[in-house]
Design a protein around this ligand. Structure first.
Ligand SMILES: C[S@@+](CC[C@H](N)C(=O)[O-])C[C@H]1O[C@@H](n2cnc3c(N)ncnc32)[C@H](O)[C@@H]1O
Length: 268
């Protein structure tokens, strides 16, 4: 009888302060390539509808979250400007924001009173939801992205009696972070669609490393648009971080997409 190829079952683990079990991306020479092949093979991202939860040509995105109706201003006219990416929303931001809400509601995550830093906040939806969930949140982005970000914080958070707090400050990946970001180290680091350019991966990982302490949990949502960039990121990230993929069954049931992936990372 022919021996059948044995497929090793995915190792399920708990990482950091996220209560759900995640699929460990087992470190190894080929594992980043295997992970991306698996994602593209099983999820077939290009076959699903892009921008299922956002309209990038609109001046604002409306989304109900945590009992509030959020209205996130976008700047569609900047979309074609080379190098400018945070001026409109992407599905991965909506999915990460609703994942936070769902995880808190289902007892998998506690943000109340926790220090949360978001990287590459763009329009600011994810950070706003984290603050509504009780986090002490600092949103960050490149200096020229802060105007729209602050406007969105003002518009959405001004008249709400927040359980947490929310501010925005400049942080360019690879540069030394302000003291307020690392002293103390955050409980959570959030990022949606921040792995999109190979040129930024090394700087992004340096920042993740600088910001992470032994009790920091990183939650990253990404758009599955380029397997080579994701593979490059995972391969480099594995040197310093343990990585687990969050299955879609743990996401908000109304906000799932085969074009998006969600990872939990903790420093080794
Ligand atoms: C594709 S956008 C995603 C924005 C937002 N997180 C979302 O999901 O809608 C990438 C974000 O990363 C920021 N970014 C890119 N390179 C950066 C760098 N070197 N340092 C800091 N932020 C950066 C951009 O300004 C932008 O806001």
């Amino acid at each position: 009888m022919e021996e059948e190829d044995e497929v090793a079952p995915a190792a399920m683990v708990k990482l950091g302060s996220y209560g759900g079990s995640v699929m460990l991306v087992v470190p190894g020479e080929e594992s980043a390539a295997e992970e991306t092949m698996l994602l593209w093979g099983i999820q077939q991202p290009t076959l699903s509808k892009p921008n299922a939860f956002v309209s990038q040509s609109s001046l604002q995105l409306r989304l109900d979250s945590c009992g509030h109706s959020l209205s996130i201003l976008q700047s569609p006219s900047s979309l074609g400007t080379p190098g400018v990416t945070g001026s409109v929303m992407w599905d991965s931001g909506v999915i990460l924001g609703k994942f936070l809400e769902h995880s808190v509601d289902s007892g998998m995550l506690i943000l109340q009173g926790k220090k949360v830093v978001e990287l590459g906040s763009g329009c600011g939806l994810v950070g706003c939801i984290a603050a509504l969930l009780g986090g002490e949140v600092i949103l960050t982005d490149l200096p020229d992205r802060l105007r729209l970000l602050r406007k969105n914080i003002e518009t959405n958070m001004e008249h709400i009696s927040l359980r947490g707090s929310i501010t925005a400050t400049e942080l360019t990946w690879g540069e030394d972070p302000d003291r307020e970001l690392i002293d103390p180290k955050p409980d959570y680091i959030l990022g949606s669609d921040v792995v999109y350019s190979e040129g930024a991966v090394v700087d992004l990982l340096e920042t993740l490393s600088q910001l992470s302490g032994p009790n920091t949990t990183i939650l990253l949502a990404g758009e599955l648009r380029n397997d080579a960039i994701l593979e490059y990121f995972l391969e480099a990230a594995m040197n310093d971080f343990t990585i687990g993929r969050v299955d879609q069954t743990l996401w908000h049931p109304d906000f799932r997409s085969n074009r998006v992936v969600l990872y939990v990372l903790v420093k080794k």
